[in-house]
Design a protein around this ligand. Sequence first.
Ligand code: GRG
Length: 288
Amino acid sequence: MKELIKLVDEHLDEYLQITYPEDIFKAMKYTLMLPGKRLRPVMCLETARILGADIEKAMPAACAIEMLHVQSLIHDDLPCMDNDDFRRGKPSNHKVFGEANAVLAGDALLTFAPQVIIEKSKDLSLTQIVRILHEYTKFGGAYGLIAGQVVDIESEGGKLVKSPEETLDFIHLNKTAVLFRLAVRIGAIVAGAEEETIEKFDDFAKKFGLAFQIYDDIMDEISSFEELGKTVGKDKNSGKLTYVSLYGLDEAKNKFNYLLKECYDIIGKYESKVFEEILDNLKARVAG
Ligand code: GRG
């Protein structure tokens, strides 16, 4: 896992060259190069590898997914959204570069990501590239990530069109699971996998994404700024709809353990040390 993270860091640094006007590139690079867990690109590369592809083939798309993820973090931290002053242990993008540049840095990452897929992908067919771009735009847009964010904001304002349980699942399938789905789907597409295999990995990522969000909600309740690198206790203080607020801490942990067991069951047959490490790590953090 460490080696994959290092490779992702090196490629992100290489792809995003700072040029004139430097301010925008510096703002893009600031949050991108802060030490995130790099879960999404690592899952993309590892899916490609265990399905038989050379990881270099998946590297541009894996880095593009991290750029999309970082864009969502930068915009999520803005005062008009979640209004958070810290991200990845450092001041948020808008705190360093100002709101206008943070909005533009997010926009620039969102558009630079597909540029990287198109310019840097090697040994992929045009059909594969078009399919990857289609998945990127679908999962990253109003049918995915943005839908999750909109319903999240609406629910904070007390607007619930569906039941709290359905709303919560909708938010997190779209806000959180969607980028894990995108990551493994693209890894599988790079490897030329059958549709059935793509869907199996997709199912894994949906379950992983929900488990990851429950972990995130639990950590907001029991963890510290030092451990998470962002403000904690915000969800509770703002009365936000979360797995912990809806089901209570014990039931949230039960749901987490159930989903994680399903993840182990699906991915187990591939004997991937990387996926095992990711799942073990998450399990250990929640177990405390
Ligand atoms: C795509 C145009 C466009 C907008 C995006 C702002 C927004 C709309 C969505 C917000 C999505 C969001 C912030 C979801 C939270 C998901 C989550 C649990 C993030 C934390 O992921 P980690 O822990 O973070 O993997 P690191 O820093 O380790 O990468």
